[in-house]
Each structure stands twice: as structure tokens, then as C-alpha cells.
Design a protein around this ligand. Structure first.
Ligand SMILES: Cc1ncc(COP(=O)(O)O)c(C=O)c1O
Length: 436
């Protein structure tokens, strides 16, 4: 897409330098050249002040350069940056303690790493090791990362796999309960997709349950379209896992850290997973991730059986501790719930005026706006046009969904009310310009 650039020599020069040396694999949601950022604001090389409704893809949940996180990072920089497996590291121990404190009950040991994909790889390896089984179930529409194990689980866009096979053997995909598209109720109001019927059929016909190590699931589909499953879904997965001795792995990389109105999205369900993967907002912008597991499961690994040079980096861990402590102190999830309810109400009120806005859904401040043509086919063009119109108004919006026909609203959870309001007004104006 051609973005509405405001010109400016400095920004233009950065774009040229980027095109020359940075891999084109990194496609961008805009051509903004960001030189500094604070709260929900991006300041660009050509002097723009852009409202950030993407949070660096659900990373800066506390806003860019949150003062408590900044202070913790500065303090750690003056002590020690890196120890890796040469020694024990107090910031890593403290980060693991903080994570275990806020994780769902029973998840009491953490493996610290650097990204979401690494957390998912760790979960896959641990699940195989702990169960002695090879196969894994995942969902169409899911995104779990780009490394081979995580990529094999990923099924949100075929282009992520194109020309890069073969993938990991033993991974089976079933439908995610994406109500708008996948779940026609069977007449009694029962949704077979959400109740796990397809999984049971798969286990009866394709893969024997005793060969399945785990089910891997996003409690809210992220890249796949910000899809919130029916409440019966996660309990159904728990039931299936318990019946067959499989592990339930929740991928909270995008939905975690107060985003959905609880610390983790799985907390809404009361379901206790066996393993949880986190990253993104854990460091509020510093690279850190973790795989958290029940101690009994984690103890399947013996010393040296998994590891990472940078996992548990002291500076990233200091940021993570500050993130958890700030969220506990400020009860950030409550603000996410309050703002989320406000945004949902407001955006739903637009649906009469903009019929292509077919679905507005979300949990907390993780909200998806899905656009369809009158024949109910996905309308990616309107999403691109709205994003461009919003960017002209200095509002950065991200898309998602298998067909790129969903706008995801994922602003910092700390955004002040008036800035949220400004952003919503810019979306409304953009919709009126493009889809009115
Ligand atoms: C749910 C989910 N899992 C895993 C990942 C991969 O995380 P990373 O890009 O840090 O490897 C992502 C990234 O978008 C994600 O949304």
C-alpha cells in the first residue's frame, strides 16, 4: 500500500536507508519513521504526533516509556546487564516470582526466554518431553510465531508457510469457534465447534489420543482476527485434555498482561492450563518472554535439556518485574475492562451507519472490527482505506485476520480518556470518509 507521507527530507532518507538494508520480510503497517514515543504518542522524523492504537502490536500495554518501567531499566543498567547460565541472576529470579504470582493457579515455574515464538517452542518441547507423546492439536486461524515449531502451529495465513516446508510432523489443526464464520448453531443453541466436537472426531478417526501431547490455544484469537470464543470453549478443551491425559497450553502472548480485563485472558474462564506462553507486554517494549508451567510438568526437564543465552536477561527482567508490579498496583486490568466497555458501546453504535462493519467483538481493550461486503465476503479494501484515512488524521490503526479484513483496536491500557476519545473520533471520521 502507498501511505500518505507528509514528506520531510529526514523521514524520506530513513525510508530509503531502510529499503536498502532492512529485510523486506518485515512488512510494516505504516511508513511512519518514529524517533521517540511517550504514552500513546509516536513522534516522527517529519514532526508528526501520531496516536498509537496498536501499542507496537499489543506490547506497550502500559504506554511507551512508562515511568516505572523506565526507572527500573535505568537502575538495572547501572548494576549488571547479563549473566546467562554462568551464574544465578536476582532480576531473573524476581521476574519468575512476579510472573508465577500473577499466573493462573498451579503454574508455579517459569522458563524465561526472549520472544513469543521461543515461549511456544519451549512449551512444545516440554509437552513432548513430559508426556512422551509426539502429536499436538492447534487451531485454524491461530498465530503462534515464526520459528519452525511455532510456525507449524500457526494457521492464520498460508503465506507464512509458503515455500518453507516441510513443517514439524504431528501437528493437526481444527476449527476455532469463530462465531461469525464457523459456528452455525445446530438448532438447539449448541455450538459443536466450541464444544470440541471436531477434536473428538479427529481423535476417533485420525490421531489416537494416546499419541497427543497437548492442545495449544489462544484464549482470544490474535492475528487471526481478534476472535473471542464462546465461554464453553476453554472448559471443553480442559475436559478433553483431562479425559485423554493431554496438556492444555494457552498462548497468552497477545492477550496477556491486563489486555482483556483480567491479567490473562484464560482467567475469564476459570480454566487452569498446564502451560502458559507469554511475551509481548511482559517487558512493555523490552524483548522478553516466558513459558510458565505446573511444577510437576516443568520438572520433566533435567538441567541442560533446554536453554537460551539471552533468556532471563537482567535488563529485560527488571522491566518485566516493573510491569507486573505496576499492573498489580494500578489494577491495570480494571482500566482495560472499563475502557473496553466504553469503546465497544461506541463502536457498535456506528454499525447502523456503516453496514460493512459486520461485527464488533472483544474482551477488555482487545477489540476487533470485522468488515464484510454485502455478499458477506471479507472486505479488506475498506480496512486498508480506513487505516490510510486514520493515518492522515494522525492515528495509527493495525489490521488483522486471515483476510486482513479486521481492524484491531489495541491502544495502551494507560491511555487518558481524552486521547481515547480523540482516537475514536478519528476512526469515526475515517469511516465516514471511506464507508459512509
Ligand atoms: C498469540 C501469539 N503467539 C506468539 C506470537 C509470536 O511472538 P513473537 O513475535 O514475539 O515471536 C505472537 C506474535 O504476534 C502472538 O500474537
Amino acid at each position: 500500500m502507498k501511505w500518505p507521507s507528509r514528506g520531510g527530507d529526514a523521514a524520506q532518507q530513513w525510508r530509503q536507508r531502510d529499503a536498502a538494508v532492512v529485510s523486506a520480510a518485515y512488512s510494516r503497517y505504516s511508513d511512519l519513521v518514529v524517533e521517540s514515543a511517550e504514552g500513546a504518542h509516536l513522534h516522527t522524523a517529519d514532526g508528526r504526533d501520531v496516536l498509537d492504537f496498536g501499542s507496537g502490536i499489543a506490547v506497550v500495554n502500559l504506554g511507551h516509556r512508562h515511568p516505572a518501567v523506565t526507572a527500573a531499566v535505568h537502575a538495572q543498567l547501572d548494576r549488571v546487564w547479563h549473566a546467562s547460565v554462568t551464574a544465578l541472576s536476582p532480576p531473573a529470579i524476581t521476574a519468575a516470582e512476579a510472573l508465577v504470582r500473577v499466573a493462573p493457579d498451579g503454574l508455579d515455574q517459569a522458563f524465561l526466554c526472549n520472544s513469543g515464538a521461543e515461549a511456544v517452542e519451549a512449551a512444545l518441547k516440554l509437552a513432548r518431553r513430559a508426556t512422551g507423546r509426539s502429536d499436538v492439536l492447534a487451531f485454524r486461524g491461530a498465530f503462534h510465531g515464526r520459528t519452525y515449531g511455532a510456525l507449524t502451529l500457526t494457521a492464520s495465513k498460508a503465506k507464512y508457510h509458503a515455500g518453507m516446508g516441510p513443517m514439524l510432523p504431528g501437528v493437526h489443526h481444527v476449527a476455532y469457534p469463530y462465531c461469525l464464520r464457523e459456528c452455525p448453531p445446530d438448532g438447539q443453541g449448541r455450538c459443536g465447534v466450541a464444544e470440541g466436537d471436531e477434536i473428538e472426531r479427529l481423535l476417533a478417526t485420525v490421531v489416537a489420543p494416546q499419541d497427543v501431547a497437548a492442545i495449544v490455544v489462544e484464549p482470544v484469537l490474535g492475528e487471526g482476527g481478534y476472535v473471542v470464543p464462546p465461554a464453553v470453549f476453554l472448559p471443553a478443551l480442559r475436559r478433553i485434555c483431562d479425559a485423554h491425559g493431554m496438556l492444555l497450553i494457552v498462548d497468552e502472548v497477545q492477550s496477556g498482561f491486563a489486555r482483556t480485563g483480567r491479567m490473562f485472558a484464560v482467567d475469564h474462564s476459570g480454566v487452569r492450563p498446564d502451560i502458559m506462553c507469554v511475551a509481548k507486554a511482559m517487558g512493555n517494549g523490552l524483548p522478553i518472554g516466558a513459558m510458565v508451567a505446573r511444577g510437576e510438568v516443568m520438572r520433566a526437564w533435567q538441567p541442560g535439556e533446554h536453554g537460551s543465552t539471552f533468556g532471563g536477561n537482567a535488563v529485560a527482567c527488571a522491566a518485566a518485574v516493573a510491569v507486573v508490579e505496576t499492573m498489580e498496583r494500578e489494577r491495570t486490568w480494571e482500566r482495560a475492562a472499563t475502557l473496553g466497555a466504553k469503546v465497544m458501546k461506541r463502536v457498535r453504535s456506528w454499525q447502523d451507519r456503516f453496514p460493512s462493519l459486520a461485527d464488533v467483538r472483544g474482551l477488555g481493550l482487545m477489540i476487533g472490527l470485522e468488515f464484510l461486503h454485502p455478499d458477506r465476503s471479507p472486505d479488506a479494501e475498506v480496512v486498508e482505506a480506513v487505516r490510510a484515512a486514520a493515518l492522515r488524521r494522525d492515528l495509527l490503526l493495525l489490521a488483522c485476520g486471515t483476510d486482513e479484513n479486521v481492524i484491531r483496536l489495541v491502544p495502551p491500557l494507560t491511555i487518558p480518556d481524552d486521547e481515547l476519545e480523540t482516537g475514536l473520533r478519528r476512526i469515526e471520521e475515517s469511516l465516514a470518509e471511506v464507508a459512509g
